[in-house]
Design a binder for this molecule. Structure first.
Ligand code: FAD
Length: 384
């Protein structure tokens, strides 16, 4: 939606059609995420993630202000619980400075306790810019502004084939055919499949990782004031359950990261054998599985055992008990993985003759959406 909106903003009057297979927008990653407005502290300076997150952050806040979408810049703490995490914490702090974040603060235990009295840690970083919003609302507003600007959204249209030719491209859906100059693929969990329709040599596969949440029961919400994150594992920056206050009230705990047996598999019991076989047969997946099987089993165990999930949360807030947690929702991350087992870290945008494929847009792509949209829109405009 952000890409469509930015294209129309840059070229008013252009004919832009969004094809969405669901009966409404934001039914997948965008509507099932942690709803955090990320500051950009973690990302390698100069990477697409860093530049788009920092630019997108400012654009998102401006969009929310202009369209009266509620958000809150509540700040977050990143907490080291062991001495061996201190060098990693210091690296994150340095990265934040390199990414020009202002107001970052290394926290002693006393300072940490002033912000989050119930946290157990030995040191932390305070990131004042981090905030919370409802991305489903944001996407709905993108859609409204896009439509008001003359854009068209066709719901219930699943793209099943794309036929590029010299100076046009035909997009075939379950119930129509659309001919245009250019197709832009922002299909999230199916972005590799759609990309393969315009580029037979595409060499990344989307591996779906489900993230499951619990909610803190009302009488325990006071244990969390802002957002509380652990120090991320550099190999899997998206791992590590955290606490997130929500803009509409309440506190979420999670998400974990388990292999989903279906790309849009939000429940443990959701299995699509063809999709699962495709994941298991991807050479890159074998490499990840053989290298990180212990981490994978740990995540799986925490998925099935509420006690183990609670234990992971207790590292940050020891007072939390299993009985304090009520079931929450789940989201599935579209993580691109290459043939050699590398999890693609940065956003990945590939250009073909009649197509632009956004092949990897994981977190913080919701925060960065207007900036990624602008980046893609610039590529679109060059071709029109
Ligand atoms: C658990 C979780 C937590 C996250 N937390 C955060 C966070 O706190 N902050 C943040 O910035 N980011 C977060 N992210 C990342 C963020 O949600 C995503 O990066 C972002 O939403 C990606 O948007 P997208 O439009 O690329 O994908 P999606 O939102 O998944 O949209 C893709 C769309 O394509 C449609 N589609 C797919 N195939 C077809 C087809 N064949 N035909 C037609 N339509 C099709 C789908 O129905 C879907 O609507 C999180 C993600 C997850 C999963």
């Amino acid at each position: 939606m952000a890409t469509a909106l930015q294209t129309l903003r840059k070229k008013p009057g252009a004919k832009v059609i969004v094809l969405e297979k669901e009966s409404d927008i934001a039914q997948h990653q965008t509507g099932n995420n942690s709803n955090v407005i990320h500051s950009g502290i973690y990302y390698k300076p100069g990477s697409l993630k860093a530049t788009n997150c920092i630019r997108g952050y400012a654009q998102l806040l401006q969009f929310c202000d202009e369209n009266t979408i509620p958000y809150k810049l509540c700040g977050k703490v990143i907490v080291a619980t062991h001495q061996n995490e201190i060098p990693l914490l210091e690296n994150i702090y340095k990265r934040g400075l390199e990414n020009h974040l202002s107001g970052l603060k290394m926290l002693t235990l006393g300072e940490l306790k002033e912000i989050e009295p119930h946290v157990a840690g030995i040191a932390g970083i305070y990131v004042p810019q981090t905030g919370i919003v409802d991305y489903r609302l944001v996407a709905q507003k993108y859609a409204e502004v896009f439509r008001n600007g003359g854009g068209e959204i066709k719901l219930g249209e699943k793209v099943i084939d794309i036929k590029p030719s010299a100076n046009k491209v035909e997009v075939i859906t379950n119930n129509a055919s659309h001919v245009g100059k250019l197709v832009v693929n922002c299909a999230g969990l199916y972005s590799d499949k759609i990309a393969a329709l315009t580029n037979g040599k595409i060499d990344v596969k989307i591996i779906p990782f489900r993230g499951e949440y619990y909610k803190l029961k009302k009488n325990k919400e006071h244990l969390v004031k802002t957002l509380i994150y652990p120090v991320p594992d550099p190999n899997f920056p998206f791992l590590g359950v955290h606490f997130t206050t929500m803009v509409g009230g309440g506190v979420e705990c999670g998400p974990n990261a388990v292999l989903a047996f279906q790309r849009e598999g939000y429940k443990k019991s959701d299995i699509n054998l063809a999709e699962l076989a495709e994941t298991l047969m991807w050479p890159g997946f074998h490499k990840i599985a053989s290298k990180y099987w212990k981490t994978g089993f740990g995540e799986m165990y925490r998925s099935f055992s509420k006690g183990a999930f609670t234990k992971a949360l207790q590292k940050l807030i020891p007072e939390i008990q299993e009985t304090d947690l009520a079931p929450g929702g789940a989201g599935v991350r579209a993580q691109a993985c290459d043939r050699t087992g590398g999890l693609v870290d940065d956003f990945l945008i590939l250009e073909e003759n009649n197509a632009i494929n956004v092949c990897n847009a994981p977190s913080p792509a919701a925060t960065s959406s207007l900036a990624i949209g602008e980046t893609v829109a610039d590529l679109v405009i060059k071709r029109l």
